[in-house]
Design a protein around this ligand. Structure first.
Ligand code: FUL
Length: 503
């Protein structure tokens, strides 16, 4: 009987029944009950989305170089040279980061010299052989992760793939038997790491366990990235692998600067130095930009006589990175006592105060908002204009499919002084906006373009436009207005805006 049934089905004799059944099924379950806009590919992985929300975080270069005065140790440094003058205090580092409004931090736990700042089983070149008690008791990943958790910050580690100390470097055992094991050891201090920094610098001369030679590797293949990434994600599911890891891209400079036009989509074979700043509109995978920059005037590591940049300069960097769809990882080096110098702490606090003073009092919340079109709502989701000011990152305003040109108009009864406009796209469904402009009105009828010299092209996760068109002296007098409107002129598909703010 069963056989007969199968044969009939194969002959198509049962087709009319199955088609009917399918139709009924369709009627019962509408394809898109919430009328959700379809994705514009590529889209971020959920871990990349969480990572992007970290926005602004600290980088702490501390290690053997702090004591040798070098930026790139050769790998032959005597471990005894790691001799902190006090117990290193990652909590103090992170407290300073928090005061600057940062949401996390990444600590260097092994730089190119290969010295491990935790008691590892993979090499003797580690803190247990350092020159004093403070050194021997140092465990940066342990203390850093614990402090971050306590302070409610995200944390991650920089572990240099290039290891100028290891005798194994360049051979086929290094990645599996040394590097991956080190990553696994770090996971013991926390599996909720948000990012791991896989630096691109590698190959060249070094000690290499006494080989004193030059080792060049092909970084595209040597680290077996796909397997490495999978292995790490199995243990640390939210950990974005930066750089060589292929989940967040280098912005292509160390100046704290991203292109005004900045796409998160990118292609694998892009030219970092040229393209890191801008991304590629037609890129086929999601590869968002991270900008690494120094908050001090010397190296990545602490050096005698260094001083921090001014809060105003740091605020400019913030506008030129976080305000341009990149994240900002700002480096502040701990000194020989394993703490951030007071001057750095003060500069960070000063910067945080500027961000708070300038980008917190959101006038959009008290504005009347009118949009040119609102997408038809679905059963459980709507796309109304208020979604842009409700403080909920998961709601957004949208137009109907096919409507790209659109406007968001904000008006106030009383005149307001404004200096910045902030926009955020709902990037879970892809980066869309390609061109927009900002206009102001004083009388509510005549509109005049402002910030016309700014490339108002992409938005992405976040875009902050200084309305006077300057990032260096963005605050100024401000504009007195009774209204402002954002005119979206081009987009890869209907725009989805999750936030509009006016400061
Ligand atoms: C570079 C490294 O070579 C520097 O020493 C530093 O760690 C910087 C953040 O990345 O590629």
């Amino acid at each position: 009987m069963k056989k007969l049934f199968t044969c009939l089905a194969l002959l198509g004799l049962l087709a009319p029944f199955s088609a009917k059944a399918q139709l009924q099924l369709k009627a019962e379950v509408p394809a898109n009950p919430d009328n959700e806009p379809i994705e514009v590919h590529p889209v971020p992985h959920p871990r990349q989305l969480k990572w992007q929300e970290t926005e602004f975080y600290a980088f702490f270069h501390y290690g053997m170089n702090t004591y040798t005065g070098l930026e790139w140790g050769n790998g032959d440094e005597d471990p005894k040279r790691f001799a902190p003058t006090a117990a290193p205090n990652p909590r103090q580092w992170l407290e300073a980061a928090k005061a600057a409004g940062m949401r996390g931090g990444i600590a260097v736990v092994k730089h190119h010299d290969g010295f491990c700042q935790w008691p590892t089983e993979t090499t003797d070149h580690n803190v247990t052989n350092s020159g004093n008690e403070y050194g021997r008791n140092t465990n940066i990943p342990r203390d850093f992760a614990a402090a971050a958790k306590d302070l409610g910050l995200k944390y991650g580690f920089y572990i240099s793939p290039w290891d100028r100390n290891s005798v194994h470097y360049g051979t086929d055992t290094y990645v599996k038997d040394v590097f991956l094991k080190q990553c696994a050891e770090l996971a013991k201090y926390g599996t909720d790491q948000f990012e791991m920094w896989f630096d691109g610098a590698n190959g060249g001369s070094g000690y290499y366990g006494g080989r004193n030679t030059t080792v060049n590797v092909d970084r595209a293949t040597y680290y077996d990235v796909p397997n490495l990434r999978d292995s790490i994600h199995k243990v640390c599911p939210d950990c974005v692998l930066w750089g060589v890891g292929g989940e967040a891209r280098w912005i292509g400079n160390e100046a704290g600067w991203a292109g005004q036009t900045n796409w998160s989509p990118e292609n694998r074979d892009y030219a970092t130095e040229n393209n890191g700043m801008y991304g590629t509109e037609t890129g086929w995978f999601w590869f968002p930009g991270e900008s690494d920059a120094k908050a001090t005037n010397k190296g990545w590591f602490w050096h005698e006589g260094e001083s921090p940049l001014t809060p105003e300069r740091l605020f400019q960097m913030y506008l030129e990175t976080v305000g341009r769809n990149a994240t900002l990882i700002l480096n502040i080096p701990p000194n020989k006592a394993g703490v951030l110098p007071d001057a750095s702490v003060n500069a960070l606090k000063g910067m945080g105060d500027l961000v708070k003073a300038r980008l917190t009092n959101d006038l959009a919340k008290s504005a009347k908002i009118v949009v040119s079109e609102t997408r038809t709502k679905g059963t459980n989701r709507d796309y109304k204009a208020e979604n842009m000011t409700d403080g909920n990152k998961d709601t957004y305003w949208a137009t109907n499919d096919g409507t790209i040109e659109s406007t968001i108009t904000l008006t106030w009864d009383a005149e307001q002084t404004i200096r910045y406009v902030e926009l955020m796209e709902y990037i879970a469904k892809g980066q869309r906006v390609k061109k927009f402009k900002i206009e102001k009105t004083q009388d509510g009828t005549t509109w005049e373009r402002i910030a016309a010299n700014v490339e108002t092209t992409t938005v992405g996760y976040k875009r902050i436009i200084p309305l006077n068109g300057q990032t260096a002296n963005s605050y100024g007098e401000g504009y007195k207005v009774k209204g402002i409107r954002i005119v979206i002129e081009d987009s890869r598909a209907c725009p989805l805006i999750s936030k509009v703010s006016v400061y």
